[in-house]
Design a protein around this ligand. Structure first.
Ligand code: ARG
Ligand code: ZN
Length: 870
């Protein structure tokens, strides 16, 4: 069945308060729920009560203390006659946490009881109106064997706790803030906390706790530190203060996503909590910082103001991603974080928007909501907020946010509610801007310029269109804010007077299909920099002379945009080589570009992290998407390698010298400057290893490094550049020996194995699947090996004989019955099959049809396959 936004109706019955008692048992946990229920406004007398369930066993049911007749199935509770006034419903259910491998509802991870209720997991615990617009005050009592689960946590503030008979004990929790069921959480286990406090801006003390499995407690420092910085930042930036006496985080090792923002009790995939220099890389540190912030920021954007229905998911996710991006930009280098955001958007969201799984930021229908936790809802949703800020300006944006927090506190709101706040704050209509939420597909903008020497004018013509996407053939023009600058010959930025509402403050507001702009009094032909800061998530097709691009890559004062110019040059050079010679030969006219790489690598005025990003060539997946039709990933790979080689032969020696100057024996620190140094060092090492045709330098750093960033980084260089060498075998053996008992570190190795390009990649991945560390019930293992293979190894995954596709299909078939969400996520890796050449397309098509025939496929997977094949 398909759920449609247009069918939204308020819940017939509300549950203002619920008391839950859990008696925790690995195989048979008993849940007693006492709910205060009342008919909603407008519910006619005699309306049947229908609560959601999912595989729960009903043990007992009472209404106002009396047993009552009801139609009960594992998936639904129906009571025909209920009072037309407030009443009490008592429901006792039994569930089996250990058998719950779907990791939704109440399950056990490494012996720790935990929950994941978003989006529809609460109905796997008890019968309930499991929808985000039913808000309740929760009181929770947890009982468990004290030695099995010495720590018992739930949402809100702690209440009584103590011993019970026969080795049992209990703990009570009360959350005063009404919340939807998807924010409910419970944890019980032999976990260890690291504690700290935070004093809020109004002077309240909050007790902070970060809990992990026993033995991992010395790896929580960075998480605690990141949490405190997040709390401070949200006060300073948005005036948002925390609202409970405690804030707890628990890290578990089996988790379907990154983390979850349950009120006062965030639950995390431990990959995004655990860090110390020996076990986590700089990238891990940065991810932890941003995900801790993300979940914490949800307390206001998601919890205090939640979603009316799941179509509004971007209301909390897009906005919260936007907020965590801003946080990271303030903690680190703004241009460098922007580069990372745009790369992620292009590698994850653009292909989604260009393929059969494309959907609007706010979808209007779904079969399985878990399949809409997508890059479009999250990342494009964040870009839309970013554009909103540019469109209405800083002041109106800030007052719109303040109005939103004020007006909708305690609400289950919609995107319309949100936009209305900004319309009021800015005095502008946002009806056209709202199309960003409703139309799928990445808009394409074509730009052309003409300089008239006589008239001293530069004319810019812009044209926009959005390609058709599933169920949306015709597209309206959207409001695209295009930041720009004009540069004079000496590299100075020229002042551009405001021309109109549509061209003001160095932003062009493209709202029609076509637009022409004239810049006057241009004595010399200026260089135009368009889409500065990636001001809109579009594909810009600007046939700009190469010399202008080189000029921008050298002189653009905004470092993000400088990178963008360089990235475009490299992308075009690689694609030309692909088109002209199947990637065998370097495209002509790349000399100046190749020189640039040398200049940037050596320019010490530039941030090291930025220089590292400048040296990392466009991602293969992004290049494949740029080809659009009949792509041959082998030739793309070759073209990228040819380009890499060209840089190497020009600068290999200089890079070697520079590399040596960066190697440092200072002790490890995760700060952005030190991380930048390591990033540049490793980027250079990659080139040197190729230039010298030797793994010696990499092996030396591998042996001498005191931290995981350099150990994993050097091993990756060795595995990808010199897969068959002695040094690589030796380093890999050392690595496995040293870290074999740490699954999160072994995931890094699985990821490297998965990414080694070429036709034997599927076999290599198959071999890794037999490794004792690869446990298919754990999502991190599957994502590390199978996800890295399908998403990060185009030549291996898109083997023309279909072996890569069949490997993925096999894993999906196995995982589907246990963990539908994980299997569905893996199935999305087929999303670009239609852009491949005919041999690959045919092979993918066959594999997808075969997979769809598998009996007993869960709805999650069928939904993805049906859409992928449509
Ligand atoms: N709300 C979580 C976050 O963005 C994601 C959890 C989604 N989980 C799921 N099973 N769909 O932080
Ligand atoms: Zn989120």
């Amino acid at each position: 069945t398909t759920v449609k936004l247009s069918n939204y109706a308020p819940a017939a019955y509300l549950v203002p308060a619920i008391d839950l008692t859990f008696r925790l048992d690995p195989k048979r946990t008993i849940v007693r729920a006492v709910m205060q229920v009342r008919p909603n406004l407008g519910t006619p007398p005699g309306t049947e009560l229908v609560f959601d369930g999912d595989g729960v066993e009903m043990l007992d049911l009472k209404l106002n203390g009396e047993p009552i007749e009801a139609k009960t199935s594992p998936d639904e509770l129906r009571i025909e006659n209920v009072p037309h006034e407030a009443f009490t419903l008592e429901i006792e259910t039994a569930i089996d946490p250990e058998a719950n491998l779907a990791l939704s509802g109440l399950y056990r991870s490494n012996g720790v009881y935990c929950t994941q209720c978003e989006a529809e997991g609460f109905r796997r615990i008890t019968y309930f109106p499991d929808r985000p617009d039913v808000l309740s005050v929760y009181s929770v009592r947890i009982e468990a064997l004290a030695d099995q689960a010495p720590v018992l946590l739930s949402n809100g503030n702690p209440g009584e706790s103590g011993a019970l008979e026969a080795g049992w004990h209990f703990a009570e929790w009360h959350d005063p803030w009404p919340k939807p069921s998807y924010l409910f959480a419970l944890v019980g286990g032999d976990i260890v906390g690291s504690f700290d406090t935070f004093t809020t801006m109004s002077g309240r003390t909050v007790d902070l706790g970060v809990y992990v499995e026993r033995g991992k407690e010395d790896r929580t420092g960075w998480a605690v530190d990141s949490l405190k910085r997040s709390m401070k930042w949200d006060e300073e930036t948005f005036g948002r203060e925390y609202d409970l006496d405690v804030f707890n985080i628990v890290a578990v090792s089996d988790f379907n996503m990154g983390a979850m923002e349950n009120k006062g009790l965030n639950i995390f995939n431990d990959k995004y909590i655990l860090a110390d220099p020996q076990t986590a890389t700089d990238v891990d540190y940065a991810n932890i910082e941003t995900i801790i912030a993300h979940e914490y920021f949800h307390n206001w954007t998601g919890n205090r103001i939640t979603c009316r229905d799941w179509f509004q998911l971007c209301l909390k996710e897009g906005l919260t991603v936007y907020r965590d991006h801003e946080f990271s930009a303030d903690m680190r280098s703004r241009p460098v974080t922007r580069i990372a955001e745009v790369r992620t958007l292009k590698v994850a969201q653009f292909p989604e928007d260009a393929g059969p799984l494309a959907h609007p930021v706010r979808p209007t229908s779904y079969r399985e909501i878990n399949n809409f936790y997508t890059a479009t809802v999250y990342e494009k949703g964040s870009e839309v907020i970013r554009m909103l800020r540019i469109v209405i300006g800083e002041k109106a944006f800030q007052s719109g946010m303040a109005l939103y927090f004020d007006r909708h506190d305690g609400d289950a709101a919609t995107i319309e509610d949100f936009l209305t706040c900004f319309e009021e704050a800015s005095g502008r209509s946002l009806s056209q801007f709202a199309l960003w939420y409703h139309q799928a597909g990445t808009p394409q903008v074509t730009a052309q310029t003409a300089y008239d020497e006589q008239a001293q004018t530069l004319t810019l013509t812009l044209e926009q269109s959005t390609p058709p996407t599933p169920e949306q053939n015709e597209k309206e023009p959207v409001h695209i804010p295009i930041s720009f600058a004009l540069f004079g010959a000496g590299g100075e930025e020229l002042a551009v007077p405001n021309q109109s509402e549509a061209v003001r403050d160095n932003v062009i507001h493209l709202t029609d299909r076509e637009m022409t702009i004239e810049f006057q009094e241009m004595e010399n032909r200026p260089v135009l920099s368009l889409l500065r800061g990636f001001s809109a998530p579009i594909n810009l097709n600007f046939d700009q002379p190469i010399e202008d691009r080189i000029f921008l890559a050298r002189h653009e004062g905004d470092l993000y945009t400088r990178w963008q110019a360089l990235d475009r040059l490299a992308t075009d050079a690689i694609i030309s080589s692909y088109r002209d010679s199947g990637g065998e030969q370097l495209a002509s006219g790349t000399d100046a570009l190749l020189d640039l790489y040398g200049e940037m690598a050596a320019d010490e005025r530039l941030d090291t992290a930025w220089r590292a990003l400048a040296l990392s060539l466009p991602n293969e997946t992004t290049l494949v998407r740029e080809i659009e039709r009949n792509a041959n990933p082998d030739a793309i790979h070759k073209a990228r390698e040819t380009f890499f080689h060209a840089i190497t032969s020009r600068h290999g020696e200089a890079f070697g010298i520079l590399y040596e100057s960066l190697v440092s024996n200072e002790p490890y620190s995760p700060d952005p400057q030190s991380a930048g140094r390591r990033a540049l060092e490793l980027a250079l090492l990659d080139y040197c290893t190729m230039a010298e045709n030797s793994g010696e330098r990499a092996k030396k750093l591998f042996d001498e490094a005191d931290n995981m960033t350099e150990r994993a980084g050097t091993l990756e260089v060795l595995m990808l550049r010199r897969p068959a060498s002695q040094e690589t075998a030796a380093a890999r053996a050392t690595f496995e020996e040293r870290y074999g008992s740490n699954p999160l570190i072994m995931d890094k190795l699985l990821g490297m194995v998965a990414k080694i390009p070429g036709s034997d990649a599927p076999e290599r991945v198959r071999a890794a699947m037999t490794h004792p560390n690869y446990v298919e019930t754990n999502p991190n293992r599957v994502r590390a090996l199978i996800g890295s293979f399908a998403a990060g190894n185009p030549t291996g995954f898109h083997q023309p004989d279909g072996t890569g596709y069949r490997l993925l299909a096999e894993v999906i078939g196995r995982v589907a019955t246990r963990n539908p969400q994980l299997a569905a996520r893996m199935a999305t890796h087929f999303r670009s099959w239609k852009g491949m050449d005919s041999t690959r397309r045919e092979a993918a098509h066959q594999t997808l049809l075969e997979l769809r025939k598998t009996s007993g496929l869960p709805l999650d997977v069928r939904d993805i396959l049906d859409r992928t094949l449509s």
